[in-house]
Unconditional design. Structure first.
Lengths: 136, 136, 136, 136
């Protein structure tokens, strides 16, 4: 069942991360608001094409942070640690920008095509996420 | 020997992270430029009072990043991942600001008191680190 | 003529900022790519409801910058100038986030509803703008 | 009188931005805390060598903001306005970094050389300003 296209949201790609069947049951059981969220969660699909790249980058960042912690444990020079923190910050922002781009191109695009409340919710949610990122 | 004050840089605190004896040998063996760097590295002392707090925070951030990677592996919803990335970004900046504050209060302060080239080098280095952080 | 709805892009609101007639001429004269751009430019409509608020905020920021310049001319204290610059930076980001929200809710939403190349172009453009803002 | 060196703070450069005589009167009239502030304010000297460059950059940024406001008044395209806002943001940060560098190299350096409470106050103040900038 996993590779079928969701009958509710016909735009997005088939995917492997969720049991589609399960999701359809959820569609039946839950209210409108949750359906929208399920629908896109399902479309984690948002970043499914970039998933491997995103995971690889996050692994590298995890390693960077572990390295920075080790530097602090070894009492290494403040400035060298700061340099690594700035680099990790930039790397995190890059991952965030890939995710955002995927989110706009899949989840938001699909919701905008559906229109109505689904579109309103998705767009408000995206704006709020962008604001958090810009101010972080 | 570890708790003695370095005879070369009499301002900073005694510290545990390095073998003072070893460092003094380095002082004897290396040129002026390296002495300055050793001296402050030694004064990892810059952040020695905050070392535990900094390591604890970096451990938490490492856990956050691992959690974010797991979310991406589980195909979780883009926006939820973005929210966690923004939080990790802010947390990293906070650690950087603690380190910078310690660096200014120990390494830069001591170098400024020494004056001359040592002061020039330390101040240029601090400015460059701040610029990298602001732009990261 | 100014308050009429553009016959080309029937989604957006009528607006005052452009001569619709003029724009339609442009529609006739230019290729597809430019039409899309015209169409949304026209839909400055993106932020037309917030236009007054945005202009008011930009006026205030302009005044802030003029004040900061005066502080520098008067030789005022570095830290006081830095505080004002940080405040102006935050204020600029807030205006940018209002504009982005409007852009997503109007231009991007409308383009996503149209689908195809129009949607692709608008979404790529929005992602690039977000990246510039996040890294600025 | 303007070009004389302040007898109170013998480290910094002579300057033109303040009436030294006036400042010395203030020194006599006010308590310790204010003396320190006066002293460095006086050492707006912090950025006196870069003052023209800083004012020129702020003039350019003021013009940028005025241009952005005009774009909003003309109903120009959201993305074009966002691009200009990101550019103004970067330009503001650059001015802030020049000011910070000057502040560290003059005010903070001088205070650190004096030591004691003066140094403590200046370093805390600088750290707080850096934190505001990093988070703005």
């Amino acid at each position: 069942m996993t590779n079928a296209t969701c009958e509710h949201c016909d735009v997005h790609e088939p995917h492997e991360a969720h049991e589609v069947h399960e999701i359809h049951e959820t569609h039946d059981q839950q209210g409108d608001r949750d359906q929208h969220r399920e629908c896109d969660q399902h479309a984690a699909g948002g970043y499914i094409e970039d998933q491997k790249r995103i995971i690889a980058r996050l692994s590298r960042i995890e390693g960077q942070i572990r390295g920075i912690k080790q530097m602090a444990q070894d009492g290494e020079y403040c400035i060298d640690i700061l340099t690594q923190i700035s680099a990790a910050n930039s790397a995190l922002k890059s991952v965030a920008l890939i995710l955002l781009d995927d989110h706009l191109n899949h989840c938001v695009r699909q919701a905008a095509a559906e229109g109505g409340d689904v579109a309103d919710d998705k767009l408000d949610e995206a704006s709020a996420a962008i604001a958090r990122l810009v101010r972080s």
